[in-house]
Design a protein around this ligand. Structure first.
Ligand code: AMP
Length: 249
Protein backbone atom coordinates (compact mmCIF):
# COMPACT_ATOMS: atom_id res chain seq x y z
CA UNK A 1 0.00 0.00 0.00
CA UNK A 2 1.17 3.49 -0.85
CA UNK A 3 0.73 6.17 1.82
CA UNK A 4 0.61 9.90 1.20
CA UNK A 5 1.53 12.21 4.09
CA UNK A 6 0.85 15.96 4.01
CA UNK A 7 3.41 18.05 5.86
CA UNK A 8 3.44 21.74 6.61
CA UNK A 9 6.35 24.09 7.35
CA UNK A 10 5.53 26.25 10.36
CA UNK A 11 7.30 28.48 12.86
CA UNK A 12 9.38 26.22 15.14
CA UNK A 13 7.19 25.40 18.17
CA UNK A 14 10.08 26.34 20.50
CA UNK A 15 10.17 29.90 19.18
CA UNK A 16 8.09 32.71 20.62
CA UNK A 17 5.74 33.85 17.87
CA UNK A 18 5.77 37.60 17.20
CA UNK A 19 2.97 39.50 15.51
CA UNK A 20 3.98 41.74 12.60
CA UNK A 21 3.97 45.44 13.44
CA UNK A 22 1.20 46.14 10.89
CA UNK A 23 -1.07 43.40 12.35
CA UNK A 24 -1.35 41.51 9.05
CA UNK A 25 0.04 38.24 10.40
CA UNK A 26 2.91 36.68 12.34
CA UNK A 27 6.56 37.38 11.65
CA UNK A 28 8.23 34.61 9.61
CA UNK A 29 11.20 36.54 8.20
CA UNK A 30 14.47 35.36 9.84
CA UNK A 31 12.48 33.05 12.13
CA UNK A 32 13.44 29.39 12.67
CA UNK A 33 10.95 27.15 10.87
CA UNK A 34 10.28 23.43 11.38
CA UNK A 35 7.89 20.65 10.43
CA UNK A 36 4.48 21.03 12.10
CA UNK A 37 4.68 18.63 15.13
CA UNK A 38 1.47 16.76 14.18
CA UNK A 39 2.90 16.24 10.67
CA UNK A 40 6.02 14.68 12.24
CA UNK A 41 3.70 12.23 14.00
CA UNK A 42 1.97 11.52 10.66
CA UNK A 43 5.32 10.80 8.96
CA UNK A 44 6.44 8.63 11.87
CA UNK A 45 3.24 6.58 11.58
CA UNK A 46 3.84 5.97 7.88
CA UNK A 47 7.49 5.02 8.49
CA UNK A 48 6.51 2.56 11.24
CA UNK A 49 3.94 0.99 8.89
CA UNK A 50 6.63 0.63 6.23
CA UNK A 51 9.01 -0.94 8.73
CA UNK A 52 6.22 -3.37 9.66
CA UNK A 53 5.88 -4.37 5.99
CA UNK A 54 2.35 -2.93 5.61
CA UNK A 55 3.37 0.03 3.47
CA UNK A 56 5.46 -0.14 0.31
CA UNK A 57 5.98 3.56 -0.47
CA UNK A 58 5.67 6.82 1.46
CA UNK A 59 5.12 10.01 -0.53
CA UNK A 60 5.33 13.29 1.41
CA UNK A 61 3.67 16.43 0.06
CA UNK A 62 4.08 20.05 1.11
CA UNK A 63 2.21 23.03 -0.30
CA UNK A 64 4.10 26.26 0.21
CA UNK A 65 7.13 28.36 -0.55
CA UNK A 66 10.40 27.01 -2.00
CA UNK A 67 11.94 26.63 1.48
CA UNK A 68 9.33 23.93 2.25
CA UNK A 69 11.74 21.56 0.46
CA UNK A 70 13.79 21.65 3.72
CA UNK A 71 10.77 20.26 5.56
CA UNK A 72 10.30 17.60 2.87
CA UNK A 73 13.99 16.63 3.23
CA UNK A 74 13.46 16.17 6.97
CA UNK A 75 10.56 13.81 6.24
CA UNK A 76 12.75 11.95 3.72
CA UNK A 77 15.46 11.66 6.42
CA UNK A 78 12.83 10.19 8.79
CA UNK A 79 12.18 7.45 6.23
CA UNK A 80 9.78 8.74 3.55
CA UNK A 81 10.67 7.65 0.00
CA UNK A 82 9.71 10.57 -2.22
CA UNK A 83 8.74 14.22 -1.84
CA UNK A 84 6.46 16.53 -3.79
CA UNK A 85 6.49 20.29 -3.31
CA UNK A 86 3.54 22.16 -4.75
CA UNK A 87 5.08 25.59 -4.89
CA UNK A 88 2.88 28.50 -3.85
CA UNK A 89 4.14 31.95 -2.88
CA UNK A 90 2.59 33.23 0.33
CA UNK A 91 -0.23 31.92 2.51
CA UNK A 92 -2.30 28.89 1.43
CA UNK A 93 -5.58 28.24 3.19
CA UNK A 94 -6.84 24.76 4.15
CA UNK A 95 -9.39 24.52 1.30
CA UNK A 96 -6.69 25.29 -1.27
CA UNK A 97 -4.34 22.76 0.36
CA UNK A 98 -7.12 20.14 0.35
CA UNK A 99 -7.77 20.77 -3.38
CA UNK A 100 -4.06 20.43 -4.17
CA UNK A 101 -3.85 17.24 -2.11
CA UNK A 102 -6.90 15.85 -3.93
CA UNK A 103 -5.18 16.44 -7.29
CA UNK A 104 -2.07 14.64 -5.99
CA UNK A 105 -4.17 11.76 -4.63
CA UNK A 106 -5.89 11.40 -8.02
CA UNK A 107 -2.43 11.08 -9.60
CA UNK A 108 -0.69 8.94 -6.98
CA UNK A 109 -3.64 6.75 -5.92
CA UNK A 110 -2.49 6.02 -2.33
CA UNK A 111 -4.40 3.58 -0.11
CA UNK A 112 -4.18 5.96 2.85
CA UNK A 113 -3.60 9.68 3.42
CA UNK A 114 -2.26 10.85 6.78
CA UNK A 115 -2.30 14.51 7.78
CA UNK A 116 -1.62 16.15 11.13
CA UNK A 117 -4.71 16.92 13.20
CA UNK A 118 -3.89 20.61 12.94
CA UNK A 119 -1.19 23.01 11.93
CA UNK A 120 0.13 24.86 14.99
CA UNK A 121 0.33 28.16 13.11
CA UNK A 122 -3.27 28.59 11.92
CA UNK A 123 -4.82 25.97 14.28
CA UNK A 124 -7.43 25.38 11.57
CA UNK A 125 -7.95 21.62 11.97
CA UNK A 126 -9.69 21.53 8.59
CA UNK A 127 -7.43 20.21 5.85
CA UNK A 128 -7.82 16.45 6.45
CA UNK A 129 -11.58 16.72 6.83
CA UNK A 130 -11.92 18.86 3.69
CA UNK A 131 -9.74 16.45 1.72
CA UNK A 132 -11.86 13.47 2.73
CA UNK A 133 -15.01 15.35 1.66
CA UNK A 134 -13.47 16.31 -1.72
CA UNK A 135 -12.39 12.71 -2.32
CA UNK A 136 -15.60 11.18 -0.98
CA UNK A 137 -13.40 8.92 1.21
CA UNK A 138 -14.01 7.84 4.83
CA UNK A 139 -12.16 9.87 7.46
CA UNK A 140 -10.95 9.41 11.02
CA UNK A 141 -9.73 12.56 12.75
CA UNK A 142 -7.60 12.75 15.95
CA UNK A 143 -6.32 9.18 15.76
CA UNK A 144 -4.15 7.69 18.52
CA UNK A 145 -3.94 4.13 17.13
CA UNK A 146 -4.10 2.69 13.62
CA UNK A 147 -4.09 -0.93 12.51
CA UNK A 148 -4.64 -2.09 8.95
CA UNK A 149 -6.91 -5.14 8.67
CA UNK A 150 -7.34 -6.09 5.01
CA UNK A 151 -9.42 -3.43 3.26
CA UNK A 152 -10.24 -1.70 6.58
CA UNK A 153 -8.37 0.34 9.18
CA UNK A 154 -9.14 -0.24 12.86
CA UNK A 155 -8.74 3.09 14.57
CA UNK A 156 -8.77 4.57 18.04
CA UNK A 157 -9.77 8.24 18.13
CA UNK A 158 -9.25 10.78 20.87
CA UNK A 159 -12.64 12.23 21.75
CA UNK A 160 -13.86 14.39 24.62
CA UNK A 161 -13.73 12.33 27.79
CA UNK A 162 -12.26 9.17 26.29
CA UNK A 163 -11.38 7.07 23.30
CA UNK A 164 -13.56 5.94 20.41
CA UNK A 165 -12.83 2.80 18.39
CA UNK A 166 -13.98 2.74 14.79
CA UNK A 167 -13.34 0.71 11.68
CA UNK A 168 -13.16 2.55 8.33
CA UNK A 169 -12.91 1.27 4.81
CA UNK A 170 -9.78 2.05 2.80
CA UNK A 171 -8.82 4.21 1.00
CA UNK A 172 -9.30 6.79 3.72
CA UNK A 173 -7.97 10.01 5.23
CA UNK A 174 -6.78 10.02 8.84
CA UNK A 175 -5.43 12.87 10.96
CA UNK A 176 -2.74 12.22 13.57
CA UNK A 177 -3.17 13.20 17.22
CA UNK A 178 -0.43 13.64 19.81
CA UNK A 179 -0.55 10.17 21.37
CA UNK A 180 -0.29 8.22 18.08
CA UNK A 181 3.48 7.87 18.50
CA UNK A 182 6.68 9.68 19.42
CA UNK A 183 8.53 10.76 16.27
CA UNK A 184 12.15 9.67 15.88
CA UNK A 185 15.08 12.06 15.65
CA UNK A 186 16.71 12.23 12.26
CA UNK A 187 20.29 10.94 12.17
CA UNK A 188 23.12 12.49 10.18
CA UNK A 189 23.57 9.44 7.88
CA UNK A 190 19.83 9.57 7.10
CA UNK A 191 20.02 13.33 6.41
CA UNK A 192 22.80 12.56 3.90
CA UNK A 193 20.78 9.72 2.32
CA UNK A 194 17.71 11.97 2.09
CA UNK A 195 19.61 14.35 -0.19
CA UNK A 196 19.57 11.67 -2.89
CA UNK A 197 15.86 10.83 -2.61
CA UNK A 198 13.57 12.15 -5.38
CA UNK A 199 11.85 15.49 -4.81
CA UNK A 200 9.49 16.81 -7.46
CA UNK A 201 8.41 20.46 -7.67
CA UNK A 202 5.01 21.25 -9.20
CA UNK A 203 2.91 24.38 -9.62
CA UNK A 204 -0.80 24.40 -8.70
CA UNK A 205 -1.61 25.38 -12.32
CA UNK A 206 -0.09 22.13 -13.55
CA UNK A 207 -2.57 20.32 -11.26
CA UNK A 208 -5.46 22.51 -12.43
CA UNK A 209 -6.02 23.89 -8.92
CA UNK A 210 -6.91 27.48 -8.02
CA UNK A 211 -5.22 28.26 -4.70
CA UNK A 212 -6.59 31.80 -4.34
CA UNK A 213 -7.49 32.74 -0.75
CA UNK A 214 -11.21 32.62 0.09
CA UNK A 215 -10.88 34.16 3.55
CA UNK A 216 -9.49 37.56 4.46
CA UNK A 217 -7.55 38.08 7.69
CA UNK A 218 -8.78 41.31 9.23
CA UNK A 219 -6.24 41.69 12.01
CA UNK A 220 -3.77 39.63 14.04
CA UNK A 221 -2.88 40.80 17.53
CA UNK A 222 -0.95 39.60 20.59
CA UNK A 223 -3.06 38.14 23.41
CA UNK A 224 -3.46 40.59 26.33
CA UNK A 225 -0.55 40.53 28.77
CA UNK A 226 -1.21 38.66 32.01
CA UNK A 227 -1.14 40.81 35.14
CA UNK A 228 1.38 40.02 37.89
CA UNK A 229 0.30 37.51 40.55
CA UNK A 230 0.10 38.20 44.31
CA UNK A 231 1.36 36.12 47.22
CA UNK A 232 -1.19 35.32 49.91
CA UNK A 233 -0.30 34.65 53.55
CA UNK A 234 -2.68 31.75 54.15
CA UNK A 235 -5.70 29.81 52.89
CA UNK A 236 -8.11 32.17 54.61
CA UNK A 237 -6.73 35.14 52.65
CA UNK A 238 -6.86 33.12 49.40
CA UNK A 239 -10.51 32.20 49.98
CA UNK A 240 -11.35 35.80 50.87
CA UNK A 241 -9.70 37.09 47.67
CA UNK A 242 -11.44 34.48 45.49
CA UNK A 243 -14.76 35.43 47.12
CA UNK A 244 -14.54 39.20 47.36
CA UNK A 245 -12.09 40.29 44.65
CA UNK A 246 -12.22 37.66 41.89
CA UNK A 247 -15.84 36.80 42.84
CA UNK A 248 -15.38 33.23 41.55
CA UNK A 249 -16.64 31.41 44.64
P1 AMP B 1 -4.80 22.69 9.32
O1 AMP B 1 -6.11 22.22 8.73
O2 AMP B 1 -4.25 23.92 8.65
O3 AMP B 1 -4.86 22.82 10.83
O4 AMP B 1 -3.72 21.56 9.00
C1 AMP B 1 -3.95 20.19 9.30
C2 AMP B 1 -2.96 19.30 8.56
O5 AMP B 1 -3.17 19.46 7.14
C3 AMP B 1 -1.49 19.59 8.78
O6 AMP B 1 -0.98 18.95 9.94
C4 AMP B 1 -0.88 19.00 7.50
O7 AMP B 1 -0.80 17.59 7.58
C5 AMP B 1 -1.93 19.37 6.45
N1 AMP B 1 -1.58 20.68 5.85
C6 AMP B 1 -2.08 21.90 6.16
N2 AMP B 1 -1.49 22.87 5.42
C7 AMP B 1 -0.59 22.25 4.63
C8 AMP B 1 0.35 22.67 3.63
N3 AMP B 1 0.49 23.96 3.31
N4 AMP B 1 1.10 21.72 3.01
C9 AMP B 1 0.97 20.41 3.32
N5 AMP B 1 0.12 19.95 4.25
C10 AMP B 1 -0.65 20.84 4.90
Amino acid sequence: MKVLVAIKRVVDPNIKVRVKADGTGVETANVKMAMNPFCEIAVEQAVRMKEAGIVTEIVVVAVGITQSTETLRTALAMGADRGILVEVAGEVQPLAVAKVLKAIVDKEKPGLVITGKQAIDDDCNQTGQMLSALLGWPQAAFISKLEIAGDHADITREVDGGLEKISIKLPAVVTADLRLNEPRYVTLPNIMKAKKKPLEVLKPDALGVDVAARLTTLKVEEPPKRGAGVKVADVAELVSKLKNEAKVI
